[in-house]
Design a protein around this ligand. Structure first.
Ligand code: ATP
Ligand code: MG
Length: 394
């Protein structure tokens, strides 16, 4: 017994001395690597280590190394987290978020949780990590994202569940050590995603509304944006999914310069016709001002609700809407297929497309694929219109 204990002690010291010692390497795999001291490489030494690790108490920090392969050593962690002085005392149940990431910054607080920018220490790359209450809905978000890989949809990497939510103090703009303990049964889903630019499509629209762009210029700038959103929506629909919450704050710009549809928190399976899903799809789900009439009136609805929301977004991309009451009136009229007369004169082609997208009957609205084809034809139409009359060949 004494010999076994001392072999275990030797092994522990040797492992600590190895420069590439990583706490994530389990004892079994650590022992099987070449750099393990020779006195431990015999089968009997291996047995000894396992025997003594099992016999050690599990509650102390030393024993954790032998029994809990997921807990990083304190020394290593102190080194890699110098910039996070306010971290809570490390425990065996340490947060994966605070151990795997640093340089954490709060990007936004949404209706369902927080979104952080954080550096993955291992990859040395920045990601967006969205933390939401781990309910079925949240899992649905990752379930959908996991299936989709498209350049116009925010790329999803992985997710995990933690018992507490990373606490961000808005008043001091800093991390707070207080963990959410009010409800110990509460779980939080951490979703690691591609990091997008901080400017959303809503910010883009606001900027354009403040600027002095000519209509033709705004039309040209808006076209590639709407085309990319339509491509993303086409992909979502091809997976038999409905986004249900398309709106400018949920549309972002990637670091690759591409438009990215995000926030799949309300996504639903179109083909899923079980009773529970039907009930839910008759509930008012989504953002009211972008909701299709059938989605608002608690009727059954399908993927065409996304086309309706996209029609309103396209209109907003093109038309300078003032804020407040006037904006509400114009958008309400648009919802009833009445667009400003001036708009139809300045953007006749786009007007036609948007009117089709805003049709009251979902079946009259185009499919995303049809829309994509129509938008592809648009640059030629627009160029022909802008050409001096004598150059137009009939
Ligand atoms: P809401 O209920 O307000 O729609 P939400 O809780 O559903 O919000 P999201 O819409 O996914 O959450 O994200 C909220 C905000 O966080 C976005 O408007 C955007 O500013 C930011 N954000 C979300 N995902 C990312 C990302 N991948 N990269 C950068 N910023 C992001
Ligand atoms: Mg959102």
């Amino acid at each position: 017994m004494e010999a076994k204990q001392s072999a275990a002690q030797l092994a522990w010291s040797a492992l600590q001395e190895q420069s590439d010692w990583d706490s994530k390497v389990s004892l079994r795999s650590a022992v099987s690597v070449d750099s393990v001291p020779t006195q431990l490489s015999t089968p009997s030494s291996l047995e000894s280590l396992e025997a003594s690790s099992q016999s050690m108490p599990t509650g102390t920090s030393d024993s954790v190394v032998f029994t809990d392969s997921s807990n990083p050593s304190k020394e290593k962690d102190a080194d890699t987290n110098k910039n996070m002085e306010n971290r809570p005392t490390e425990t065996r149940n340490q947060s994966r978020f605070t151990s795997d990431f640093d340089s954490i910054e709060c990007l936004a607080k949404g209706g369902f949780g927080h979104v952080y920018k954080a550096r993955d220490k291992l990859m040395d790359k920045f990601y967006a990590v969205k933390i939401v209450r781990s309910k079925e809905k949240a899992l649905r978000e990752v379930g959908a994202l996991e299936e989709i890989l498209h350049c116009n949809i925010v790329r999803y990497y992985t997710c995990w569940v933690e018992d507490s939510e990373y606490q961000w103090d808005i008043t001091t703009d800093s991390y707070s050590t207080s963990q959410s303990t009010s409800n110990s049964s509460r779980k939080y889903l951490y979703i690691k995603m591609e990091l997008c630019e901080s400017k959303t499509l809503k910010d883009w629209i606001n900027e354009k509304n403040k600027g002095t762009l000519q209509e033709s210029e705004r039309g040209k700038e808006s076209l590639p944006i709407v085309q990319q959103i339509v491509s993303g929506v086409e992909c979502i629909h091809s997976h038999k999914l409905i986004h249900r919450d398309l709106k400018p704050p949920n549309i972002m710009f990637g670091r690759d310069g591409k438009v990215k549809i995000g926030d799949f928190g309300l996504v639903t399976a179109e083909a899923d016709d079980d009773a529970e899903n039907q009930t839910e799809r008759t509930n008012k789900t989504g953002t009211k001002s972008y909701m299709a009439p059938e989605q608002r009136s608690k009727k059954m609805y399908d993927r065409k609700v996304d086309i309706f929301a996209l029609g309103l977004i396209y209109f907003e991309l093109l038309w300078n809407l003032s804020t407040g009451h006037e904006r509400g009136v114009i958008l309400n009229n648009a919802r009833r297929q009445t667009l400003p007369e001036e708009f139809s004169l300045k953007f006749p082609e786009e007007n036609q497309i948007i009117m089709s997208m805003l049709c009251e009957k979902p079946e009259d609205r185009p499919e995303a694929s049809t829309l994509k084809a129509e938008l592809e034809k648009l640059p030629q139409t627009l160029n022909a219109q802008n050409m001096p009359q004598e150059n137009v060949t009939v």
